[in-house]
Design a protein around this ligand. Sequence first.
Ligand SMILES: C[S@@+](CC[C@H](N)C(=O)[O-])C[C@H]1O[C@@H](n2cnc3c(N)ncnc32)[C@H](O)[C@@H]1O
Length: 215
Amino acid sequence: MNTVLLIFLIILSIPLFLIIWIFVIAKIARRIYPFPIPHFMTEIIDNPVRRKYIQKPDQIAQRMGTAPGAIVLEVGPGKGSYTKAVAKRIEPEGIVYAIDIQQPILDKLQVRIDEEGIKNIIPKLDDAYNLDIEDNSVDIIFAIACLPEIPKPIKVLKEFKRVLKPGGTISLCELFIDPDYPLRRTEKKWAEEAGLILKEEYGNWFSYQLNFGKK
Ligand SMILES: C[S@@+](CC[C@H](N)C(=O)[O-])C[C@H]1O[C@@H](n2cnc3c(N)ncnc32)[C@H](O)[C@@H]1O
């Protein structure tokens, strides 16, 4: 009986070990050779479980202090669920500029915008290292599961600081299952080195949101 139970437990644990191994290998591979997430993966990571229980789009949008009329910049919008939640809260005059370095991601977002008749999201090809945006011109900048994927996050945060209006907010959200997940203290350190101050923090070790402003 005990042997049967043992075999049963071993069989049950195989998928778990496999998932852990894939996660560890992905983490190591991304350290050695950083690359942007393949665009088809954005479909997988933006799933109903995540949206309903872990990173709820409307809660994230509310926590970054969205208000009607805001000018918002999102870096790495993926499928656009968070973009859409923010766009809704800043209607009618507010605009979300959703930038990414991968055109296929923006193309997919444009299809969603057209299908759902969203008026205030503008997808744009741009690079977070060197944004085609004027100094002090944006109220809110947000990046969800995106900043740690970019090899020089401090350089990106300095660029965010340049385009952020005084009094504006930079909101960063991270999720443990992301192979690039940084500890909360690591992201705070990056922000401090970029000359930002922490304004609010939410969540737990598994999923957190940090709001920063200019010093
Ligand atoms: C993991 S996806 C995030 C998707 C979405 N925010 C979500 O949480 O579902 C990260 C995105 O950042 C984009 N990205 C990576 N490096 C970038 C850069 N230097 N400038 C702009 N976007 C970049 C990638 O192309 C990718 O679409």
